[in-house]
Design a protein around this ligand. Structure first.
Ligand code: SF4
Ligand code: SF4
Ligand code: SF4
Length: 243
């Protein structure tokens, strides 16, 4: 079987998802047995001109980002969003809820008008170009990453869950954070991470984005039962899921 060529590209992000790939340690060698990595700024110095799979980390926040992702898309038969910044905009989208000029002057002060700070409203990758697959999370989960890459390499469709984190949380036998008077977003957040946050005693903060078809009635019922206001829910959702 011919090895597929993989290129990793980054846009606005903390590069934590690429760091996760480096954290694969010897499992990275298993991946390299079935794919060739031809470009990966954080992991190697070589630059490959051609690739079959583009892994995209980060959000689109500048006009030149948009041009660059379109060029990558033209060359890549398969394009994968890697992590929350790429798949939902993540924390980079918090600025979309405020006036852009105010945000820029708050961050860059008197330099806000310089051309290198010409950012605009944050976009997820699929809001600019078509993507084939998405690996969710902040950062990505390596078990899920390996499953998705294996599926792509053997030519099957990766199974990305469309049910909420609560399913995995209950399967792990965790006590519910609501019983500790905490607002947990697991009810409306896409599963696939195996609920590490509630399993460690924290509420889910929604880093994998919302499920495709959230059970609004169940969420409404939980909010009523635990006396949670809409404002506090919106507040929590804003961290990763601002539009
Ligand atoms: S998704 Fe999270 S870990 Fe990954 S690049 Fe964005 S902020 Fe960093
Ligand atoms: S702790 Fe969160 S994820 Fe777990 S069952 Fe409760 S609401 Fe769902
Ligand atoms: S439990 Fe929630 S916040 Fe934690 S990794 Fe899963 S989706 Fe992200």
């Amino acid at each position: 079987m011919k090895k597929q060529r993989v290129a990793v590209f980054d846009f606005a992000c903390c590069e934590g998802c690429q760091l996760q790939l480096l954290n694969m340690d010897e499992k990275l060698l298993d991946l390299l047995a079935v794919v060739d990595i031809v470009e990966w700024r954080e992991g190697m110095s070589e630059h490959g001109a051609a690739y079959d799979i583009a892994l995209i980390e980060g959000s689109i926040t500048r006009p030149e980002d948009e041009e660059r992702i379109r060029r990558i898309r033209e060359q890549a038969p398969v394009l994968i969003e890697l992590g929350a910044c790429a798949s939902i905009g993540g924390v980079n989208k918090i600025k979309n809820a405020s006036d852009l000029d105010e945000v820029k002057s708050c961050v860059y002060g008197s330099s806000a008008g310089l051309p290198q700070f010409a950012t605009y409203q944050t976009k997820a990758i699929h809001e600019v170009v078509q993507v084939e697959y998405t690996i969710h999370g902040c950062p990505i989960d390596l078990v899920e990453f390996t499953k998705v890459m294996t599926s792509i390499v053997i030519g099957t469709k990766p199974d990305i869950p469309s049910y909420p984190v609560c399913v995995e949380c209950k399967m792990r036998g965790n006590p519910c954070r609501y019983d500790y008077n905490e607002l947990c977003l697991g009810v409306i957040t896409r599963a696939g991470c195996n609920a590490p946050c509630p399993s460690a005693g924290f509420w889910c903060f929604g880093c994998r984005g919302l499920v495709d078809d959230p059970n609004v009635n169940a969420a409404r019922g939980m909010m009523k039962e635990y006396n949670i206001t809409l404002e506090s829910l919106v507040d929590k959702i804003a961290l990763f899921n601002t539009r």
